[in-house]
Write a protein that binds this ligand. Structure first.
Ligand SMILES: NC(=O)c1ccc[n+]([C@@H]2O[C@H](COP(=O)([O-])OP(=O)(O)OC[C@H]3O[C@@H](n4cnc5c(N)ncnc54)[C@H](OP(=O)(O)O)[C@@H]3O)[C@@H](O)[C@H]2O)c1
Length: 338
């Protein structure tokens, strides 16, 4: 089997590519001129250049004519320009699907949407894929629009993946929580983020490959997650436990900071302003704020269990321990901080 993977240079994409290659797939990956190939086995991949914002090249057209499956992961998760979400996540998907559907060889177009397209859950029990979409931010809305676009198309079979918070080796987002604990800090937001669904990146890529190749998954949308959600506090507990269980055996002194919703809003506004002035995108900004100001980001993945035999390989605690181990190994190899 041969796959085209967009967003291969990102966190989830690099795990997916490594797994596909390990399973014997041939992989063509898109990259941008300045993309880092650091996390990819570059010698085993054919690359084509593609920036969603520019005209697709002949190279990309040629690659699409030769692959069986397209995994479309390229997307923007955080930006201080709200138009980026729609241009890259929605328009980019529309463009790529349009190109892919001209080629009869493509058996499946797998689109990486997000739990954010569905929105938060009203209760801790969580929503399933049939719940009406109620996104609360531009990111979620842009992914929802791309889903609506695909749902009306038949030219090329598609499958939609809606990951919740993904964690694992090399994730810059959840990696910040590990680094905070390493530095002796953790925080909670009073009244919010009481339950969050999670998926370990290795389990996600396994589920995605099953979905890409299963007949039943044509035209379907899937959540993948652990059965048990955790609160932000619970996530920090698990990270702390992982640190405590490590070989150095040192018990860390970790200070607990509680911030109010009003304080989070203030920091988001400040960070947004700083980011706009100094040209970087902080993890907390005004467009990310709606993610933090929710109680339940919970989903259920009974469909993936039933139709794709989805089952996480390890407990959450074990996956967090493995993730921490990967950070510690990297730190040792590169003589850097966590
Ligand atoms: N991580 C999560 O928790 C999570 C949860 C739900 C959904 N998702 C979805 O899963 C997908 C992958 O997420 P991730 O965490 O791996 O994201 P990531 O690490 O930020 O990677 C994003 C990828 O998209 C590429 N990209 C960004 N803008 C592009 C553009 N204008 N043209 C072409 N390529 C572009 C990046 O290329 P460069 O390397 O050149 O920057 C990178 O390869 C995304 O679509 C995301 O929305 C992720």
């Amino acid at each position: 089997m041969k796959a085209l993977v967009t967003g291969a240079t990102g966190f989830v994409g690099s795990h997916l590519v490594r797994r596909l290659i390990a399973d014997g797939w041939r992989v063509v990956a898109t990259k941008r001129r300045r993309s880092s190939l650091e996390h990819l086995p570059a010698s085993q991949i054919d690359f084509v250049e593609w920036d969603v914002s520019s005209e697709p090249s002949e190279e990309l057209e040629k690659a699409l004519a030769e692959v069986d499956i397209v995994f479309h992961l390229a997307g923007v998760i955080k930006s201080l320009n709200k138009d980026d979400f729609y241009r890259i996540n929605f328009e980019g998907t529309r463009l790529l699907y349009g190109m892919a559907s001209k080629h009869g060889n493509i058996k499946r177009f797998v689109f990486f949407s997000s739990q954010a397209a569905a929105g938060p859950s009203p209760t801790v029990e969580g929503i399933d894929e049939s719940a009406p979409c109620k996104p609360v931010c531009h990111y979620g809305r842009s992914k929802m629009l791309a889903e609506i676009f695909l749902a009306a198309k038949e030219a090329c079979p598609f499958t939609i993946i809606r990951p919740p918070v993904v964690f694992g080796e090399k994730d810059p987002a959840t990696g910040e929580l590990f680094r905070a604990v390493a530095k002796g800090w953790r925080f909670r937001i009073a009244g919010f983020l009481k339950a969050i669904s999670l998926v370990y990146v290795e389990d996600l890529v396994e589920g995605v490959i099953s979905a890409a190749t299963a007949e039943i998954a044509k035209g379907r949308t899937y959540f993948f997650c652990y059965d048990e959600p955790v609160s932000l506090d619970g996530f920090f507990d698990l990270i702390e436990d992982a640190f405590d269980g490590m070989a150095d055996g040192k018990k860390r002194l970790v200070r607990r900071l509680t911030v109010t919703a009003a304080e989070v809003k203030f920091f988001a506004a400040l960070a947004h302003l700083f980011g706009s002035v100094f040209g970087f995108v902080p993890s907390l900004n005004l467009y990310k704020l709606p993610h933090f100001a929710q109680r339940f980001w919970t989903i259920r993945c009974d469909r993936a269990k039933r139709e794709l035999n989805f089952k996480p390989s390890f407990s959450i605690a074990e996956s967090i321990r493995r993730t921490l181990q990967s950070y510690l190994d990297f730190k040792k190899r590169t003589n850097s901080s966590l």
